[in-house]
Design a protein around this ligand. Sequence first.
Ligand SMILES: *Cc1c(COP(=O)(O)O)cnc(C)c1O
Length: 670
Amino acid sequence: MSPFTFKNLSDQVENYDGQYRDDVVDGSYFGFPIEAVLNAETRLTSSTTPSVAYFSMEYGLAPSIYNTFNLTHPMSEKNQFFKHEVFSNNWMCDYLFKVQIDKMLDIPIYGGGLGVLAGDTIKSAADLGVSFVGIGILWNKGYFKQNFWYKHGQVPEELQWDPWSYPGLVPLKNIVTIDTKEGPLALRLWKYYVYSHDKKSSCPLILLDSNLPQNPPHFQKLTDQLYRSDNVWWKIFQRALLGIGGMRALQSLGYSIDCYHLNEGHAACAILEKYVSLADKSEMESFKDKFVFTCHTPVEAGHDRFNISDMAKVLNHEYIEAAEKFGKATPDSQQINFTIIALNNCRKANAVAQKHGEVMRYQFPKYADKIGAITNGIHSHTWMSESFAKLFDQYRQEIGDWRQDPENLVNITKLKKDENFRRDIFNAHQVNKKNLIEFVRHWQLRDDVFTLGWARRIAGYKRPALIFHNIKEIINLAHDIGPMQIILAGKAHPNDDIGAAHIDDILDHIDELNEHKHLIKVLILENYDTFFGKLLTNSVDVWLNNPLPPFEASGTSGMKAIINGVLQVSTLDGWVVEAENDDIGWIFGYQHSGGDIGTEKDLRLEEDSSALYHTLKSVMTMYYQTLQAGHLNVNSPWIDKMIHCVERSAFFNTQRMVKEYRDQMWHLKG
Ligand SMILES: *Cc1c(COP(=O)(O)O)cnc(C)c1O
């Protein structure tokens, strides 16, 4: 194979001399060793190294908290983190203060858990030294910026950022074109490199961008906003762009790919593109061996489906023929189902937790044989707090090298009876809790008060306002057992009226608690993102996870919590089913069995909120028996649970997950 050189790299970059020659130099890529980049390119362009291309609509890379690149010149102000408002049951405080920190904006090309998983996947692929390339879209206006307005709830605002001065991101000269019913659509390729934790290897991420002067204005806007859904035209175009544009991008870069991994059905047009490109259609059978598919949704309505007539307004007839051939759920259907396209043409598909696997096989019995389950994870290096990393290093002798292999965290069990360790793990948690308290210092939280967190995408089945369902009960709890602090965050999709109504609901409840602020403090933070995701999952005492079973395919925020010794209060759903017997916290509420998933309309708020209050009574009682007037009871079962959490996090990480992808899905030869 001919090695990929620095000259090859700089020749690829658009406006290299004008913009990038100080940051991308021979030896260094934005401050990181460039060897890793050149090696990755050499392997991807070689036909003898087996390589994976992973397609995903979104990527949450969190570079502000992990592997932050350097920039020689000042970054555009647009790429700085902005001010955040806090809405609490202490109005005066909200009125006077905002939260602001000096950090860069995370590359805003994700909306939620699906994207964070894709980001963590590519990081673990780099850690494991897999020859791997991510394909995604450069969302020029991100997802959206969230504002809470008094008496108005969530008010979405367009996000502005500047890809041309974002550290680690470079535009390429490569332009690919896809043919559409409305004429050619040109796409610029951008590159971002995701480095391994030891910076010895990396994986490129290719981002497609339609914001080019040669495109008509309505085409330029196609890559504006992630999950723009005001009409079906946008949705189909964005999917065509990812699948078809992605396949063409791989070709344009000369990458030799052995496995195409579609993260969710969004990318199913990659299969159509492959089929359309074949002169001899009978070759498709052998290409099916190269596609694998990860499905994230347990809900029937969650699968992408489009009317054939709508798709025909966007794509040329050969694509429509392919879509009709592969994507009809029944022969007389007038719709194309993207999940069916993927299932018909992949060698293997996976659900994202074991429970989700059962549900998925029930929904698609015809494909049950190829549907397996590989449980999601999180990237340990991204989500572990500094204080826990320090603690695990300190006890390296017992735990082993958790950096190379996070699965070694299972060895923490050896320390369960070690009083010093028990004290140290609790203190490491207190360091994180103080960090959170400092962050919102004007609201005067306390580190000896029971603190509960809930933060995720605001969606109906996640029941964001469950804890407030019966305000009197929560007040009684705080009154009878001890004070509490509740911290929340989350965005509702701008077109999701039900989600927005949930936010209104939470804001109203916060108002109701205004008179009780001496017993219960409630804060909701604007603009939930990976930075807040890490801050909150690391630092609260208990992470609340209350989706309606079985609608949470996996969920990952709780995994970010357990690696930091944060206990779970959860319904039995998603990944939690696989930790049910591991004593990582408390399980409550409705339990689902069988295949039929029931309806999301019946949220069971009454019965499950009462189960939650009942459970919280035990949780808070144990908390205040563990930490009383500043005195720590080191023998408390609370600390056992903290240790069990970390022990179980040895499994719920993307290093283990990517190994399972490699062994069960990718079948890389060579
Ligand atoms: C981890 C994370 C999610 C996913 O959380 P779930 O528990 O799976 O809902 C969503 N958004 C952000 C910003 C995250 O960091």
